[in-house]
Design a protein around this ligand. Sequence first.
Ligand code: BTN
Length: 272
Amino acid sequence: MTRKQIPSTGLLRDYASRNPGTLLIGKSVFHYEEVASTQDIARKLARQGAEEGTVVIAEKQTGGRGRRGRHWASPDGGLYLSIILRPNLEPARALRLPLVAGVAVAGAIKKVTTLQPRLKWPNDIFIAGKKVGGILTETSTKKGKIDHTVLGIGLNVNTARSLFPPAIRETATSLAEESGRNIAPLELLQCLFDEFEALYVEFLASGFDKIREQWKAMSNTIGSRVKIDSGGAEIEGEALDIDGEGFLLLRRRDGNVERVISGDVSPPTTRL
Ligand code: BTN
């Protein structure tokens, strides 16, 4: 398959020449109208030594990737970006990065719209019970240390419902569909960079505690009875909390509390 990488001529074209105002995230921005996957481009750049904070953005992806090998539908109107991070962390600690990013994405949505995003563990962004965004992290290690993490964020911003594949049309939504107006993508992007940079710096300097509280305050998972598919095995219980490592604490029917590292929380999460 040939990869189509079309340099952007659209809305994001001038982004790199502006001063984005962040010190780290978005210092270098590679923007494309259409690519297979921004993750692939960012991973290649990272392997070639691109600096931390480098961002790859596309207005459309033909081979967008989601968690657990799924396809990520990436039609016109969405924001699809991958951020190269080089955190000085033990690889296990990087498991919290998608949760940090979730808080940043939700924070940016709140600032730029009047919508109330909710976070579904581990890293989905929901509005009014429908998925509006997702986060994918891919980490590469060298000698037991993180060399780089590529943080991918897909957000349905001005996506028309008709552009979603039929299979997700009832379960996905966009910010424009929910707010009834078009959202300025550059404003949202800048806000996302600001929010993520502040939280990332805090996470590296002071740990996960405060961010964990913010995540919980926006969660639609905690306090709900959920079913989790963690790759074959399905477990059910009450989602009690996330711990300091970002694991979900699930109380099973027999009263035992299990720590779940990842999985798909299925639907819909009902408040107890
Ligand atoms: C999920 O499964 O919910 C995560 C979706 C992540 C999609 C984003 S879009 C930008 C980046 N490029 C990709 O191919 N995937 C991520």
